[in-house]
Design a protein. Sequence first.
Length: 607
Amino acid sequence: MKKIFSTIPVIGYCLLVIGLTSCGDMFEPADENTRQEDAFYEESDYAHGLLIYGYDRLPYMTSSTTDIATDDAVTNLTSSTYLAMATGSWASDNNPMSVWDNCKDGIQYVNKFLTMVEKVKWAPSAASKQQMFIDRLRGEAFGLRAIFYYYLLQAHGGYADDGVLYGVPLLTAPEDGSSNFNQPRATFADCVKQIYADCDSAMALLPVDYVDISSNEDIPAKYRALGANYSNFNLVFGSKSRNRLSGKCAEAVKAQAALLAASPAFREQSGVTSAEAATLCANVLKRIGGLEGFDPTGHTWYKNKTKIDGTSEMPEVLWRTDRAKSSAQELDNFPPTLYGRGRVNPSQNLVDAFPMLNGLPITDPNSGYDPANPYANRDPRLNDDVIYNGTTFRKAEIITGNYPNEKSETDDNLNSIANSTRTGYYLKKLLRDDVSPLSSSLIEQYHIFPRIRYTEIFLAYAEAANDAWGPKGDQIGAGFTAYDVIKAIRQRAGLGKDMFGADLPQGDAYLESCAADQTKMTDLIRNERRLELCFENKRFWDLRRWMLPLNEAVKGVKIVRDEATKTLTYNIFEVEVRTYDSSYQCYGPIPKGEVLKWSNLKQNKGW
């Protein structure tokens, strides 16, 4: 039986533990018709399955999803739970943003794993391998638990009616039939401390990266003392474990948690300052040499087909999922004439957030913005991320205006059919133009989905550093400032140039005008974060932690053409009214069912 099990994917081991009968004797009744816990200790695959189940519960999304509930986009899918939430149906018993059950399950799995990991026979014939496996797997479990608590805080942390900022119940031991399930919420500050502690434990046990070594001299002393050789070290800590949670991943999660805690919505009672958040972000960035490690093509990582299709690591991506061939994202988001469903429709609000090529906002009278030619001389990232009227994509001209193109196709036009855009825009970011989603000529390609990007950490540092010390302050010797980071991001995007692509004599004048004004720099950093991370499921959480309005109406553009002169007219209109209540909905609810079941579980006020 053991040989048969070895062919089954690890992800199913826990189901096997629950559901398979005993393998002792097929012809005699077993004392217990389920697999017992002792099997975990003797057969490491079963114990490892608990940890893999923890990985399976990670709350990272692999498609553009939550942006349609923000001012960045809408969807044409009328049954979308995010659309319903954004238009008035968000409630404690109807919350598509909830991560409660998923993360609580993940915590239970890793807590159980942590009670067992040191008893399992991972490599009983070699003391060094046994200890290395114990250390790595314990480190991964601690890191996973930190991630689950970070996402629980983000989605469910908030103020109760007693004026206390709460997180969630803290559980560091597995629950069983004798446990007291009626646990109160720990304070937000105590939850942050637990995340820090788990990240520190993970960093102490895990390598910074999973890379192979070629000499016994490179093995840590504690493993050399147990007789480890570099071959066995590589088996446990080498490149075969790439994409598992590493030390740098745990360090980045700690920085993310610090930024959340230091944000306006939480900072009053979180116990975390912006200076602390900036320091933790800088620790992550110093590992790549600060701005020396800034990827010059990081904003278009999703277009790097050579690295996505190959085995090379991408310098922009700190941690990602394994690559997988798919056409799902393209099927959901290609325009109808390219056989897609056009689900995510970028908003005029987002389009207006992209500055001009010279770096000035389109609202600046000196920007050169022309309402009659609104996509000319704009930030190149607009063309990277959004399909607008007249865009050529996959060798086809996409017409979103209310007039036919040369082939008289109108399915891509605004509100033409059920799968057409509602805003006058289609999603372009994250999509591969060499995919064909048409079932009769299906072409799938490899995709990767970053869990953490370095640009996100750079932006987090800029936000926290500017808040702590101003645009050009560096009180921790990081070697770079908020201004330096934003300058690098905007230069990478190609700003500060004229319409011919030449550098302007004054450079990026708008950035320079923000360099001496902390408030203006805050606004600029937030806008750069919006643009750089758009459609990566960040905007909803950013608006809430910044305590900015959630209920900004989403706008679109209706483009009509005078058939005599072929002149286009761009009419901005309101697409969707958002009915969030910003007085309390910057904090998400505890699930209603949980509050009804457990008397010690306090609800966030307003819910």
